[in-house]
Ligand binder design. Sequence first.
Ligand SMILES: CC(C)(COP(=O)(O)OP(=O)(O)OC[C@H]1O[C@@H](n2cnc3c(N)ncnc32)[C@H](O)[C@@H]1OP(=O)(O)O)[C@@H](O)C(=O)NCCC(=O)NCCS
Length: 267
Amino acid sequence: MRESIPPTAYESNRRLIVGPPSSERSLRMFPPNEVRVWRARVGRQPAGWLPLATGTLSEEERARQARFVRERDAELFALGRAMLRRVLAASMDVAPRAVTFEAGPFGKPRLAAAHRAPFRFNPTHSGDLAVVAITVGREVGVDVEAVRPLKDLEGLVRATFSAREQRDILAAPEAGRLASFFAAWARKEAVVKALGHGLRFPLDAFDVEVSPEAPPALLASREAALVPSAWIMHALPPMAGYASALAVERAMNSAVTCEEWTCAASP
Ligand SMILES: CC(C)(COP(=O)(O)OP(=O)(O)OC[C@H]1O[C@@H](n2cnc3c(N)ncnc32)[C@H](O)[C@@H]1OP(=O)(O)O)[C@@H](O)C(=O)NCCC(=O)NCCS
């Protein structure tokens, strides 16, 4: 079993900023140690946003958008993709529709090699919230989960989490278990998305901090492919009704900035 560096070792390097949106063009000045996170909510977009968002998508993405059964899911997909395309496009000085993607090992999307760009990214969406995290040259994984009631919480905990996590979640007072479940789930999913394996990775083979009040941390791993000391976890600024987490390849002075994004006419 490998133990991670305790969270306090990197706490002093953590910088969470929620501020007024900076110009997307400032991405050209993207410092290599920075993780940039954008988040957008379907319910908080300006009038007329949807055609603008759809207009940035590829034919394949529009076809996918059209296949969603629920309108809200189609809108969330369009919003997330438009945000991803717009922030990547600004960083590479190309049009949003000119951004092309390819699938990495295990299907993790990445920029097509033809871009010759160092940016790595990972999107997530849940409820009415879309989030994307972008780095320079470091793998990143992000997850958000709308906290919602679950039937048979204890059964789900036992089916999903490692022995240590099960013990810690079920030790929490009953009123706090749901928050603990989603905090732990978002943290685990951020880790497996950063690694690129997604949910194929055995979720009981590593432990995360499950307390929503404690900083996210990858505590231990029993799989050689996941070395805790190689990754750093961050919280995102809290948002009522959502759990979230970010995992990124470790680097000196890692800093996270988080901005709200709206789908307005291009700058
Ligand atoms: C990828 C996966 C982690 C997404 O989980 P989710 O909670 O449904 O979705 P999120 O909103 O957090 O993330 C979705 C994004 O993850 C990204 N993604 C896809 N495969 C990924 C991978 N292997 N690693 C990291 N990110 C991945 C995509 O960009 C996707 O966005 P898109 O749907 O707009 O293309 C999960 O579906 C998975 O692991 N799938 C592969 C294994 C599988 O199908 N298992 C069966 C279900 S248990």
